[in-house]
Ligand binder design. Sequence first.
Ligand code: DGL
Length: 270
Amino acid sequence: MSKCPIGVFDSGVGGLSVLRALRAELPYEHFVYVADSGHAPYGERDDAYLIERARAIAQWFKDRHHIKALVVACNTATAAAIHVLREAHTDIPIIGIEPALKPAVLQSTTKVIGVMATRSTLASEKFKRLMTSLEDQARFLLQPCPDLVPAIEAFDSVRIQTACAHYASALGRFGLTTGHIDTLVLGCTHYPFAEDALRRTTGNAVKYLDGGEPVARQTRRLLEAAQLLYTSREPHVGTTTLFSSGEPASLAIAAQRWLGLHSEALMLAA
Ligand code: DGL
C-alpha cells in the first residue's frame, strides 16, 4: 500500500501550486494529478455540481490508481465536498485546503487582512465559520475574483494583469501603515501563479499566504500516522502523472512552466 500513489485534484492547473509543495515535501512519493479543466471553473458552481465532480474524481482515482491518500487541491471543492468524500472513503486519508486565515491573523501587524477567493468559497458555510471564529482578532476584507481563474487557465497575461489590478484595487489600500492591508490570503490555488501581477498593485511589503506548504506538511503527518509513507530502501525519485478532463496540452505546458516538470498530460475521459 505504501507504494501506491497519492491522488491530487483541482478544477484545473491551480492545484499545481499544491502539487509543487507536495513534491518538495514528499520527494519519494508517486503522485497522480487530475486537472478537471473540462468542468472549470468551479468557482461559480453550486454545491451539488461540485460534490458530483469530487465524487466522480475520487472514485476514478480509487478504481484506476488505487490511491493511498487524496489531496483536494482546491479551496472551492474542499468547502463544498470534503465532508462527502470523507464519509464515502473512510479507508484513506483525505486532505483539503482552506484559505489561510489563521496564519494570516498570526502574521499580520495591522490586523487588516485581504482575502481573495472564488465566489463559491467565500459564500460557503465552512468559510463563514472559519472567518467568524477569527473576527475578534482581525478585520477581513473579502474579494471574489471570477475573471482570474479563466485568465490563468488560458495563460492570458494581459487578462491576468487587468484582473489582478482590478481585484487588488477593489480590496483597499495595501501597506504596513495602520488601517492598511498588510497580509493577502490567496484563497484559491490558482492565484499563486498570478502573484507577480498582483504585486504590481499591492507592492512588495505585503505578505502573501497560500495553503500549499501547510497542506503538504499535513499530508506527510497523516501518511506517517497511518504508516503509509513510501518506505522502499531502494533509491528512487517519486513519479508524477498528469491527467486532464480538458485540454491535456495546456496542463503539460503549465506543469513545465511552473514545476519544471517535463511530463506529458493524458486525456481523462470526462
Ligand atoms: N483552484 C480552485 C480553488 O482553489 C478553484 C478555481 C475555480 O475553478 O474557480 O478554489
